[in-house]
Design a protein around this ligand. Structure first.
Ligand SMILES: Cc1ncc(COP(=O)(O)O)c(C=O)c1O
Length: 676
């Protein structure tokens, strides 16, 4: 059967078929053998680790109470011992219990993220270390806006940033002046915004230095050159300026600081800044067509405008570096400044990984020709996969070593992408996605801590830097840098403790994403069998071979040439795979999500290939009401997805059997009617 797959997918399927045929007779991949190591990590689909979690919660809640009592035991209790017999107390407790019961009952209709039957969005069961640490920290209510409000958890947040930096291969020794720096955000959206903010600050700062007339040696010759300094040289320039300024007498120091601040884009605003520098114009940002919509939000929030975000159509949903090069050449010719190029490590909808190494090479070539820009890696989804590529001593593992655990992962291109992560300037990684931690935990990382002073809300010199002036003293006042103000320290505790219990290397944390990759390989094999089984009813295809554990599936009823009908059929399937809060949750056999394929994101070659694979006309997406293809989307991150579970043949096989029944229910009556 010709499913119209690209060569990548054919290779992957062949590998997946080999995996299916092996049926346990061949060497089991090492990662599969370590699955028992995951047993203590989660509450579990059945609540198997209830006693562990309960004992931790009770123990540390008591511990918190002792802490309160021991602050000033000589103080008399403010709430008298008999208070719980007062009518008001009793009534209050009754209301409280009632509301909590109602809440608990309502929450039973939540989406069962913890279940191996949930294959929908980027969320799964929560790691016990994170859950316990977060619950432990909650009653202390630390506010990670500043060390005064969170003397302990601020440092944990900075340390969590260093743990993530080490995982991606950046210098993480706080004694180094070029040590990396990271902090948590509410999610990937704000981490991406931080990337934009820092890139803009670094881009415009050399221009401000020139405008302020700072007598530093080696300043760029004109505004265009200054705007194209590039992030590494701009960071060095900023550090040089800080050292020069700090050596001045206090009054002079303050005067120079104010002079430079007055010239910065952050003080002037974009319009005034550009008015003063007519050689310059609003810089643009390039991102792959797969980029998450947070990039559009970020451009708007920063006042750069959505129109300055140029999406580069991909090749098989991966950044087309040649097309980006062409666009950058065009910018160079027109002297159009470029703020940033974005790479995606694990796209939201297809799990594809951009050629980060080629992106970094391209940036170097453009920089050497005078077009400077930052590189940001949006690894909100795929960031934790980097743990698979790290040895316990922090060294990058070679491809063969990583591949020994899998059938087809990682492809040479994927390995090269992970190896090139350290060449980025900033990165988004979300602990609340593949990090299996509670929501409210994204992370922003920047390669060189010296740059983040540029994000500070107040002038450096104003800040009281008590202590040794080292890494932690410098960065503890997080509120200066982050887009938020007050923010939970309990999240930081969760991230830090989790990384301590499961260090971010392949032997520890890496066993988790390894399960996801193995599940994706199994999923591909089962998808192939499913595609063949349902061929009499529907034509199905995996439109883009995944690079990691996120797989989409497109289907079209046999004989159908109408995109609108196909999409109705697919939306119907998706409705059956949604957790419906109006129905008992148990009615849902499996839970999935959907997305769409748009021709502008796919590019002409992939659009034609996918349409052909679905037996649709080449122009099927033109002119009609429907300009996109609805597909089912599967995120394969549940740690127990490969277990046999209750369903014969395991959860993945069970899912495809269920899908087959849904397809049959939707299409058999019509097929019978047509035949009758
Ligand atoms: C690649 C990518 N970047 C950014 C985000 C935004 O993350 P959040 O929803 O945590 O803000 C997502 C979310 O799915 C994502 O997949």
């Amino acid at each position: 059967m010709n499913t119209g797959d690209g060569p990548g997918l054919t290779r992957l399927k062949a590998a997946a078929r080999r995996s299916a045929q092996a049926c346990g007779s061949r060497r089991r991949p090492a990662a599969a053998m370590t699955r028992t190591g995951l047993h203590p990590c989660f509450l579990g689909p059945y609540g198997e680790n209830d006693q562990l979690l309960e004992s931790l919660v009770v123990e540390f809640l008591r511990d918190h109470v002792y802490w309160r009592r021991n602050l000033h035991p000589e103080d008399l209790p403010a709430i008298p011992t008999g208070a719980n017999r007062e009518p008001g107390y009793v009534a209050f407790e009754a209301r409280l219990r009632r509301e909590l019961h109602l809440l608990s009952a309502a929450l039973k209709r939540s989406v069962p993220f913890h279940s191996p039957r949930y294959l929908g969005h980027m969320v799964s069961d929560l790691l016990i270390p994170g859950l316990a640490a977060q619950m432990l920290a909650l009653p202390y209510n630390p506010n990670n806006v500043s060390a005064e409000a969170a003397p302990i958890t601020i440092d944990l947040e900075l340390k969590a940033g260093l743990q993530l930096a080490e995982m991606v291969g950046w210098p993480a020794d706080p004694a180094r002046e070029d040590c990396a720096f990271g902090h948590l955000t509410s999610g990937g959206t704000l981490a991406n915004l931080q990337g934009l903010r820092l890139a803009l600050a670094l881009k415009a700062f050399p221009v401000a230095l020139r405008a302020a007339g700072v007598p530093l040696p080696g300043l760029p010759g004109d505004d265009w050159e200054a705007f194209n300094t590039g992030p590494a040289a701009a960071t060095a320039l900023y550090a040089q300026w800080c050292a020069w300024r700090d050596a001045l007498q206090p009054r002079e120091r303050r005067a120079w600081q104010q002079r430079v601040e007055a010239q910065r884009i952050e003080s002037l605003g974009l319009a005034d800044f550009l008015d003063r520098h007519p050689q310059l114009s609003t810089p643009c940002v390039f991102a792959p067509a797969t980029a998450h919509y947070s990039w559009s939000k970020g451009m708007k929030m920063l006042g750069l405008g959505r129109a300055q975000l140029a999406l580069i159509p991909g090749q098989a949903m991966r950044l087309d570096v040649d097309a980006l090069e062409e666009a950058l050449e065009h910018c160079l010719r027109l002297r159009q400044p470029v703020l940033m190029a974005v790479g995606v490590l694990g796209s939201t909808e297809f799990g594809t990984i951009d050629p980060v190494d080629r992106l970094a090479d391209l940036r170097e070539r453009m920089q050497s020709r005078g077009l400077g820009m930052s590189l940001h890696l949006d690894a909100a989804w795929g960031g934790y996969l980097a743990s698979l590529f790290r040895d316990a001593d922090g060294r990058l593992r070679d491809r063969d070593a990583v591949a020994a655990d899998f059938q087809a992962f990682p492809s040479p291109g994927v390995h090269a992408a992970f190896a090139a992560i350290p060449r980025m300037d900033s990165i988004t990684i979300d602990p609340h996605k593949l990090g299996h931690l509670p929501y409210g935990a994204g992370a922003f990382l920047c390669r060189d801590q010296r740059a983040v002073g540029l994000l500070a809300e107040d002038a450096d010199y104003v800040f009281d830097e008590a202590g040794d002036g080292g890494f932690f003293d410098r960065h503890r006042h997080l509120g200066r840098y982050i887009p938020e103000g007050s923010k939970p320290g309990a999240n930081a505790a969760a991230v830090y403790v989790t990384h301590r219990v499961l260090p971010l290397d392949h032997e520890h944390f890496g066993r988790l994403p390894a399960q996801g990759i193995l599940a994706a390989e199994k999923f591909m094999a089962e998808a192939q069998a499913f595609i063949e089984r349902i061929a009499p009813l529907a034509t199905a295809t995996v439109p883009f071979a995944p690079d990691c554990n996120l797989v989409c599936l497109a289907m079209n009823p046999v004989g159908n040439r109408d995109v609108a009908r196909m999409n109705r059929f697919m939306r119907g399937l998706h409705r059956s795979l949604r957790a419906d809060p109006g129905q008992p949750l148990q009615r849902g056999e499996y839970f999935g999500s959907m997305t769409t394929l748009r021709p502008d994101a796919m590019g002409p070659a992939d659009s034609a290939r996918v349409l052909q694979a679905l037996r649709l006309a080449p122009d099927a997406l033109e002119g009609g009401d429907e300009d996109r293809i609805v597909v089912l989307r599967h995120t394969l991150m549940n740690p127990f997805l490969l277990d046999e579970g209750g369903a014969g043949g395991g959860y993945i096989r069970g899912y495809f059997d269920h899908l087959e029944r849904l397809v049959a229910a939707a299409l058999v009556p019509a097929a019978l009617a047509a035949g009758a």
